[in-house]
Design a protein around this ligand. Structure first.
Ligand code: HAM
Length: 423
């Protein structure tokens, strides 16, 4: 026998007993997106490598060591998308959607990062991404937060998530800050770990994001970016906070929140949970006005976020209820060739009459006993039984599989009314 081929490490199958959880979350996401006027955009999984280098930043973890990059048969360097913001902007620029226009968009799907897999961190994972273009003020930043809050409420997980916010200022403000930060960390060079020493030259802001507990103290003493913000950035951040306050959204200002992608400016935020251990960031995003010009577009503005579907689903309480909700309502048992033929036709008529009915008909033969076993395993509430007697008398036997109720018989003409009561 040959060896079995297994899935790639960090890339998971989502089996049928888990897909109901996903479908539930996806249905809520769609509803909430529509409630705020966001429209879906569908994007390729593969883009030119250059797109991610130019947008996410050459000296970020993602671009330096996590991308799935390959040469295609034409010799072009392509990359499996590690995130959706760059591709979404590329598509909108390419199709002229950004010129003097405002758009509210969302996308969902698989993203790929060659990270070290652990709970909550995978090499193929799924995001819902939301991007809003052409709106410069803090009103749209706040709208994204309200949209998130509604998602958490509808999914019953609002009590598990906390909002952290910060402002990264403009590119110029960040440069001034960067200088001060490098001076500070140089003065404390002996206290930095290897990773941070390397970042000191390439991307010193990321040192603030280090998860190494030995660095906590030196990071806490570092200067904060808030001190470098100019009037316009400060006003934007104040306007954002004012709107969150007015809507009663609690948040913490975290001056160390810097994000792992380079394209952000001004508002950044993360929704974090204590329930998922080290991978506690469920949703993250911010404003990235400068990226449009960087990718060859005209001056416009952009803000967005993405949430990790695996992490979000992990937070759901009693997820089994979604699986139960997807079980068939009824399972049709029909032993013998003649009854099976008649059963298949009856089943079609019932499905015609009741489009919401979830009815499984037994296939694959076997006696009553083995068919009952399958009926039970299917999770159906009711077994419908068609034997030779029932066929002759134009009746159907009814057996409740999850309740102590006596088996009964109904005429075939009454059956649709009965089925309506169990949908
Ligand atoms: P990000 O912070 O890289 O931002 O990812 C957003 C979310 O995706 C994370 O908070 C996390 O929930 C999930 N995620 C990231 N990597 C993994 C992984 N390896 N396994 C499981 N889940 C993961 C972005 O991707 C930006 N494009 C967000 C954005 C949109 N900013 C503006 N617009």
């Amino acid at each position: 026998m040959s060896d079995k081929i297994q899935a790639i490490r960090g890339m998971h199958d989502i089996l049928p007993d888990r897909t109901p959880h996903w479908q539930h979350v996806e249905a809520v996401l769609r509803r909430v997106m529509a409630a705020y006027g966001y429209r879906e955009i569908r994007l390729p999984l593969v883009e030119r490598t250059e797109l991610f280098k130019r947008s996410i930043g050459e000296v970020t973890d993602i671009v330096e060591k996590e991308m799935y990059t390959f040469e295609d048969r034409n010799g072009d360097s392509l990359t499996l998308r590690p995130e959706g913001t760059a591709g979404c902007l590329r598509a909108c620029l390419e199709h002229g959607l950004l010129h003097n226009q405002a758009h509210r968009l969302w996308y969902s799907g698989a993203m790929f990062r060659h990270e070290r897999p652990q709970k909550g961190r995978y090499r193929q994972f799924h995001q819902l991404g939301v991007e809003a273009y052409g709106m410069a003020g803090p009103d749209i930043d706040a709208e994204l937060i309200l949209l998130c809050r509604r998602l958490w409420r509808e999914l019953d997980i609002a009590h598990k998530l906390e909002l952290q916010i910060n402002s990264l200022g403009t590119v110029e403000e960040r440069l001034a800050y960067r200088g001060k930060l490098v001076d500070y960390f140089r003065a404390h060079f002996d206290r930095l770990d290897e990773d941070s020493r390397r970042r000191l030259e390439s991307n010193p802001l990321r040192i603030l994001d280090s998860k190494n507990p030995e660095l906590r103290e030196v990071i806490e003493g570092a200067p904060v970016l808030a001190g470098e913000l100019g009037d316009a950035s400060r006003a934007h951040f104040d306007g954002f906070r004012k709107r969150l306050d007015a809507a009663g959204v609690p948040y913490a200002v975290n001056p160390r929140l810097v994000r792992g992608l380079d394209y952000y400016s001004r508002t950044v935020f993360e929704w974090v949970t204590q329930e998922l251990g080290a991978q506690g960031t469920v949703c993250a995003g911010g404003r990235y006005d400068g990226l449009i010009e960087q990718l060859g577009g005209k001056d416009s503005t952009a803000v967005g976020f993405a949430l990790g579907m695996e992490r979000l689903i992990e937070l759901l309480d009693e997820p089994e209820r979604f699986e139960t909700a997807a079980h068939p309502h009824a399972y049709l048992i029909a032993a013998g060739e003649e009854t099976e033929l008649a059963g298949a036709q009856l089943a079609e008529a019932w499905r015609d009459a009741l489009p919401a009915l979830r009815l499984q008909t037994h296939c694959g033969g076997g006696g009553f006993k083995s068919q009952f076993k399958r009926a039970d395993k299917s999770g159906a509430a009711v077994a419908l039984i068609l034997g030779e007697d029932e066929l002759r008398n134009r009746t159907v036997g009814i057996k409740f599989l999850r309740e102590e109720r006596e088996q009964s018989t109904l005429s075939q003409s009454e059956l649709i009314s009965f089925l309506r009561t169990i949908i």
